[in-house]
Write a protein that binds this ligand. Structure first.
Ligand code: TXA
Ligand code: MG
Length: 327
């Protein structure tokens, strides 16, 4: 049961007025505004408390909309778009001169993505039908540096009155943010790992793109590359099984209480700790991790301990998010 006709009409009206909208995508919920209106985009930065030099992703209805925003569309971009859109892939391309600095953080490039969520696509198509600029700037709908929302309720909890309307599209299927591939500088490079792994991208590119994570130094090309992104308020530790179990015992003896996020542990020291068992495959884990962190973060626990993840390549994206949450 998705949004009603009235919900969509309200959402379209909000975007046209230059107001903010909570928008479901398959990855995480976005905080959306008309990407062609700098004043509307400015509201995103205000609501998130996000530094103005962090660029936003523009969501479009289909690959045919690319040329409106991007000045150059290299072959690699065309084939990636063809293969993975709609889907959890953001392409960084040289921007058209008109694209507002508010969207690009003053950079010469723009991030584009076609979300694979029926509600997001319905909204984008209604905006096109209304002749509204068919681009929706939307970062994740969380306050800056916090955990991305994966349900409509998360968005309301996090941003409250700052959002005029939240379209409820149910819990996000992917659960972590899109893979970002920079195709603006020659050889494609991954700026943020996601569900589309280097191996999956290689099926189209013919090679595995390298992952280039910048940590600091001037305006970040990718705000998710700041070290302490995606963080809960409660301190968080990533521990291997034995140290984790020891730690839980120590905290219990001190009269304390932890949140535990595990994926292959018997519930040995259940009391008094608060457990979340997540699926032991990377896609299932990604789908649930942010909600688990958010849940546990609300419980005033002494710490959140997360069982360390397998080191294999298919776990890179969630491992990256957890490492930052623990930083
Ligand atoms: O899955 C997603 O990508 C979600 C949903 C809502 O689509 N959006 C998302 O937005 O994660 P946000 O703002 O939280 O992260 C977008 C990332 C930022 O780290 C930003 O720096 C990067 O995309 N980005 C956007 N435009 C860029 C550009 N021109 N060059 C480099 N990085 C860019
Ligand atoms: Mg974000």
């Amino acid at each position: 049961m998705g949004p009603s006709e009235a919900d969509y009409q309200q959402a379209v009206a909000a975007v046209q007025r230059g107001d903010l909208l909570g928008l479901p995508t398959e990855t995480v919920y976005g905080l959306a505004a008309d990407a062609s209106k700098p004043a509307a985009v400015a509201k995103i930065f205000a609501a998130k408390g996000r530094p103005a030099d962090h660029p936003l992703i523009v969501h479009i209805a289909g690959a045919e909309g690319m040329a409106h925003w991007a000045a150059e569309i290299p072959e690699a971009a065309k084939s990636l778009a063809q293969a993975f859109w709609p889907g959890p892939l953001t392409l960084i391309l040289k921007k058209q001169a008109w694209v507002p600095d508010a969207v690009t953080g003053g950079q010469e490039t723009v991030g584009l993505r076609v979300p694979a969520h029926p509600v997001a696509l319905e909204l984008l198509n209604r905006l096109i039908a209304q002749n509204t600029s068919a681009g929706i700037a939307a970062p994740s709908a969380n306050r800056f540096g916090r955990i991305s929302p994966t349900t409509a309720q998360h968005v309301r909890d996090e941003l409250g009155d700052a959002v005029a309307v939240v379209l409820d599209g149910g819990p996000c299927e992917v659960g972590i943010e899109s893979t970002i591939v920079d195709v603006s500088r020659g050889t494609p490079v991954i700026l943020r790992p996601g569900q589309l792994t280097p191996a999956i991208l290689a099926t189209v590119l013919g090679f595995e793109p390298v992952i280039e994570l910048t940590k600091t130094g001037g305006a970040p090309r990718v705000s998710g590359s700041l070290e302490s992104h995606y963080a809960p308020e409660t301190r968080l530790y990533l521990l291997d099984t034995d140290p984790l179990l020891n730690y839980l015992n120590v905290v219990r003896h001190r009269g304390g209480r932890c949140g535990v996020i595990a994926h292959d542990l018997p519930k040995m020291v259940a009391q008094p700790h608060e457990w979340r068992m997540l699926p032991a495959d990377p896609e299932g884990y990604a789908r649930e991790i942010y909600a688990a962190l958010r849940d546990l973060d609300a419980l005033q626990l002494d710490a959140i301990v997360v069982q360390s993840l397998p080191r294999s390549a298919d776990w890179i994206a969630v491992a990256d998010r957890l490492k930052r949450a623990a930083a």
